[in-house]
Ligand binder design. Structure first.
Ligand code: GLN
Length: 292
């Protein structure tokens, strides 16, 4: 059996829709691009081209994998973030567009404030694929970062992305559970900025999310304990020990966590009144707190 690209895409879309995939049409196109090593333009330019049986079989195999609800980006192994192409695998959370607002907020802060002598120093807790740290370094040439993750397998992905995107000389990676393996006090490094997109989904909510998330993405990057706030508590317990004077903390939050997280920040009495920033869908997404 051979099929024209436009025909096979229709079949594919119906198949993915039937399996419950939300973006069936784009996913069908992306998977075919991945198989054919096409970009989207080439796909449309080849609309009437026939695929031989071997290619059709290979494509249907990819569709089966996606129909099992494995996320598209794990199948193709890539995800675009802040205009850069990141490698991803099952050891890292797939970067979300919402998280671009975290990066933008940090960049806006660095642009507005006077550049510190010797340049910016920032720490990321929970680097995952490296999307945040690498994008920050790509956009700020006078920034050096320390980036940690509890998962060595995630750090391997982040390192690979830092190398591929040519910022590896400005990011130092370390396996660490929160601040666990970072020295504080005398001889420990201090930072102008600490940034994190920590796990924040409440334990009982996680299993109710779509299978792409609940079955395939790393729970360690998603689950924020019973109330979803465990990681914020742990960050706030120690962050001030790693901050320079007037250091600034940037945290991604869940859409309904602004009050809870700003409340935790206020309780510490170590920060000025926190600011909340919204994402492009209008949801609260980032909290910024400047140390007093
Ligand atoms: N934004 C992610 C989601 O809703 C959660 C990311 C996180 O827990 N840090 O799937």
């Amino acid at each position: 059996m051979s099929l024209e690209i436009k025909e096979i895409l229709q079949v594919a879309e119906a198949r993915l829709k039937g399996a419950g995939c939300e973006e069936a049409k784009t996913d069908a196109e992306e998977l075919l691009c991945f198989l054919m090593k096409f970009d989207k333009n080439q796909l449309f330019m080849n609309w009437g081209r026939e695929l031989d049986e071997k290619l059709c079989d290979a494509y249907f195999e990819l569709l089966d994998v996606r129909a099992s609800r494995r996320p598209l980006h794990y199948i193709i192994g890539r995800r675009e973030f802040m205009g850069f192409d990141f490698a991803v695998n099952e050891n890292v959370l797939i970067p979300r567009q919402d998280t671009e607002i975290l990066v933008e907020t940090v960049l806006a802060h660095m642009t507005r404030e006077k550049t510190p002598t010797g340049g910016w120093r920032a720490l990321e807790i929970g680097v995952g694929s490296g999307a945040v740290s690498v994008s920050l370094c790509k956009n700020k040439s006078d920034l050096k970062m320390k980036a940690t993750d509890i998962s060595p397998a995630a750090l391997a992905v982040a390192k690979k992305n830092a190398v591929a995107l040519a910022v590896a000389d400005r990011i130092r990676f370390a396996v660490s559970d929160m601040f666990g393996s970072l020295r504080s006090g005398l001889g420990g490094a201090k930072y102008h900025v600490i940034v994190s997109n920590p796990p924040y989904i409440p334990e009982d909510v996680l299993p109710t999310l779509q299978p792409e998330i609940s079955e395939y993405e790393p729970a360690v990057a998603l689950c924020g304990g019973a109330g979803g706030l465990d990681a914020y508590r742990r960050i706030l317990e120690k962050a001030h020990l790693y901050m320079k004077k007037r250091g600034t903390l940037f945290l991604e939050i869940g859409f309904d966590q602004a009050d809870a997280v700003t409340g935790l920040i206020k309780e510490t009495k170590r920060y000025e009144t926190p600011e909340v920033y919204k994402d492009l869908s209008g949801n609260d997404r980032v909290v910024r707190a400047i140390a007093v």
